[in-house]
Design a protein around this ligand. Structure first.
Ligand code: PLP
Length: 355
């Protein structure tokens, strides 16, 4: 008989883990995780030096974190009582799962989408139902609500990773109204999109919005995100679920300085959007099926040449993400929108395979 902890290890071993790619070095060609190289490193480093000057690492970041919450409230035009900081969107996903799930609970999400909802729900012992998007990437509302009838949590990523599309606010509102559990709307890419689900905050007490500093704000390495929810939910999350001191003082200080320099973030977002549209047109001209995107990445279908295209790009130090078959469109790749010269290199290398 094996000990209980060995059986628990067997159980954990059988769970899906998050696939972290093997990247030997960071470079402009790293286009697999939707980081933002368009925000100049020189700007971030100048702010980082100022953040260091103001830092006393001997203390927990209590006042500094409160100040960031206030700054975010002003930035977004919402009351600060809605906002709770976290150590990246991933930590917030994990803790929301811990807050609402126990063994045997049901979680619903869409497919394809960000895998971490499924991974963390499974760790909490929940059963995960994935409702496929329609072929045009729209929500199958009827199927979604039917699957979610007895569910505790429903995760919707909008704009969605990896499809890139954003779901209409009225549909999210309908889901929030008709679903009897907690609707989590992950807006990791919202700064690159035309709309936001923020209005749901005032209308729906069962909605949690997730945001991150890892994408548009270019701070993936700093591990900083936040959730927005009804004040009661936010308060209970902050007091009972979130760690006492979840975020690090340096990251918080840097984020505050970056909010002050928000014009620079906006400028980088505008470049990303322009580059995204350029890339999509070029990919389509190469015969790929490149889908419209409201994010800083593009999903494109290249069918049976997907593996060859991925390998060819990788051989030239251009790392995109291999997604595989998506809703009948054939095998797809997902490329982060990079610096203009990198995007041109991607297109030139793909031309060698697809052209
Ligand atoms: C949809 C989505 N949500 C959350 C995250 C996690 O972001 P963070 O770096 O804030 O943990 C990602 C990262 O790729 C993502 O794509």
């Amino acid at each position: 008989m094996s000990a209980w902890w060995q059986r628990r290890l067997d159980e954990l071993e059988s769970l899906e883990g998050y696939p972290i790619p093997e990247i030997e070095e960071f470079s402009e060609g790293k286009l697999d995780a939707n980081e933002n190289v368009l925000l100049p490193r020189s700007l971030l480093m100048a702010l980082a030096h100022r953040a260091v000057e103001a830092l006393d690492p001997r203390f927990y970041a209590v006042a500094e974190a409160r100040a960031l919450v206030q700054d975010l409230g002003r930035h977004l035009g919402v009351e600060a009582e809605h906002i709770v900081l976290g150590c990246g969107g991933d930590q917030l996903i994990d803790l929301v799962a811990r807050m609402f799930l126990d063994a045997g609970a049901t979680v619903v999400t869409i497919a394809p989408t960000y895998s971490f909802y499924r991974i963390r729900s499974a760790l909490a012992g929940a059963r995960v139902i994935e409702v496929p998007l329609r072929e045009d990437f729209s929500l199958d509302l009827e199927a979604l609500l039917r699957a979610a009838r007895d569910a505790r949590l429903l995760f919707l990523c909008s704009p969605n990773n990896p499809t890139g599309n954003q779901f209409p606010l009225q549909e999210l509102e309908q889901v929030a109204r008709e679903f009897s559990g907690i609707l989590v709307v992950d807006e990791a890419y919202v700064e690159f999109a035309d709309a936001t689900a923020l209005p749901l905050l005032e209308r729906s007490a069962n909605v949690i919005l997730l945001r991150t500093f890892s994408k548009a704000f270019g701070l993936a390495g700093m591990r900083l995100g936040y959730l927005l929810a009804h004040p009661r939910l936010s308060r209970i999350f902050a007091e009972k679920v979130q760690y006492p001191y979840p975020v690090n003082a340096f990251a918080v200080r840097l984020a505050r300085l970056l909010l002050e320099a928000y014009a620079e973030v906006r400028a980088a977002v505008e470049i990303a959007k322009r580059e995204r549209e350029w890339m999509r047109a070029e990919l389509c001209a190469l015969g790929a099926r490149a889908f419209p995107s409201q994010t800083n990445f593009i999903l494109f279908a290249v069918g049976d040449r997907a593996s060859a295209a991925w390998r060819h790009l990788a051989a030239h130090r251009l790392r995109v993400k291999y997604i595989g078959e998506v809703l009948g469109h054939g095998a797809c790749l997902r490329a982060t929108v990079g610096a203009p010269e990198t995007n041109r290199a991607v297109i030139a290398r793909l031309r060698e395979v697809l052209g």
